[in-house]
Design a protein around this ligand. Structure first.
Ligand code: ZN
Ligand code: ZN
Length: 404
């Protein structure tokens, strides 16, 4: 039995870029280690979630870990909260939130409180409190955005938004959409009532008013979602598992799945991340584990920014770090892929498949010796990300026999 290393290069897939002579970022990158690893095993295309789905990083990572997203994914709320670094436990209710300006008559005049440029962290802390055994935790996002997580027993996401979604109206009273949500709606309305005077009198808002900005006097809530209870990944596959990731969204998903989050030096989840350190940490983590997931966020960032040269460069940096894996192929099955494509030409996720290589000593080889979107089409593999774990379990001689 071998160990399994899955490296997800976030947003890896690309389309031809005029700036790179009509090549994808991957095709334009100097990538001797990726090409060598491609030559040591099987190659092909992986469809994130399934063919034609334009997936987010949350749904695609869930599917890479073998979960059926169509049954476990409960909406963006809990995943956006995790993305802000909040601890979200199974059964917690999470909302996307906006700081808004509500006037003295209780009417929302600006849904973004004039687009806040400075951090609302202290405001969020001031309105994180406990009512009737339910913990309300608020974390600041970009500008006027935030997330609210409710933690407690017997909570339901079958409730309406408080956000009226238009200006000139009062915030809505939260209503239960099912009897089991009565308590949740009631305690949430109590909470919103309680934080209004706190927001109104907070020094942060006094300072905003003095400097001619609209104060953030209301927290508008929308998109309630219940954090899913995932079957334990280690139990499902019989693997002692860890992850080396720099972004809270993915570490949050791993935590829900029962996968240890391994800390490493220089973790940033940006284009300046410590690539060598990340792969070294993954190999170290594998000494005491059977499975490690690595996420490298940088290609996605470059894709969203529409910067093909930057995307090429971060792939080259990653490639240098992948050289460390080669001496371990006797003991490790490595899969290198993307969680979705983020083509620089569209600056968004697309439904294009991503290249996949699976390499290890003693494996069959399919003759592909270059790692990119086009060379991958000549490889032998075509699979949905949901099936990747089963393929890797088999390649590492860990799968159970099906039949006699
Ligand atoms: Zn992603
Ligand atoms: Zn993205």
């Amino acid at each position: 039995m071998k160990k399994i290393l899955v490296i997800v290069m976030d947003g890896l897939g690309d389309r031809p870029n005029p700036e790179l002579g009509g090549r994808t970022a991957l095709q334009a990158a100097y990538r001797p280690n990726l090409n060598y690893l491609a030559s040591r095993g099987l190659n092909g295309l992986m469809f994130p979630v399934k063919e034609g789905v334009r997936s987010g990083s949350d749904t695609s990572h869930l599917s890479i870990l073998g979960y059926d997203t169509f049954s476990v994914y409960t909406g963006r709320g809990p995943f956006e909260a995790m993305g802000l670094g909040m601890e979200v436990m199974p059964g917690d209710i999470a909302f996307r939130a906006n700081f808004a300006y509500m006037n003295e008559d209780g009417i929302i005049e600006d849904r973004r409180a004039g687009r806040i440029s400075e951090s609302t962290e202290q405001l969020c802390r001031a309105i994180s409190l406990e009512i009737d055994g339910v913990k309300f935790m608020v974390k600041n996002g970009v500008e006027h955005r935030a997330a609210l997580v409710m933690h407690g027993a017997g909570l339901s996401d079958r409730i309406t938004d408080s956000d009226p979604h238009v200006v000139g109206k009062s915030p809505e009273n939260v209503r239960a959409l099912a009897p089991e949500a009565d308590f949740t709606a009631e305690v949430l309305n109590k909470y919103l009532e309680k934080i209004r005077p706190i927001l109104k009198t907070h020094g942060y808002n006094k300072a905003r008013t003095q400097s001619g900005n609209l104060p953030a006097t209301e927290l508008l809530l929308r998109g309630a979602g219940k954090a899913p209870t995932l079957d334990s990944f280690p139990d499902k596959f019989g693997l002692k598992a860890g992850c080396v990731v720099g972004i809270p969204l993915i570490s949050g998903i791993c935590r829900l799945a029962g996968i240890d989050v391994v800390n490493y030096e220089g973790a940033t989840g940006t284009v300046k991340t410590n690539y060598q350190g990340k792969i070294a940490a993954a190999l170290r983590a594998l000494e005491t584990r059977d499975f490690v997931l690595v996420n490298i966020k940088a290609p996605d960032i470059a894709g969203h920014d529409g910067k093909p040269e930057l995307k090429r460069d971060v792939i080259q940096e990653s490639d240098k770090a992948f050289g460390q894996i080669i001496p371990h192929l006797d003991n490790i099955v490595v899969a290198i892929t993307g969680d979705h494509s983020t083509p620089c030409s569209i600056k968004e996720h697309s439904g294009d498949p991503v290249p996949l290589l699976i390499a290890s000593d003693g494996m069959n080889r399919d003759g592909v010796s270059r790692y990119d979107e086009v060379s991958a089409t000549r490889g032998s593999l075509r699979l949905k990300s949901t099936d990747l774990m089963d393929v890797l379990m088999s390649a590492s001689d860990r799968s159970e026999k099906y039949g006699a």
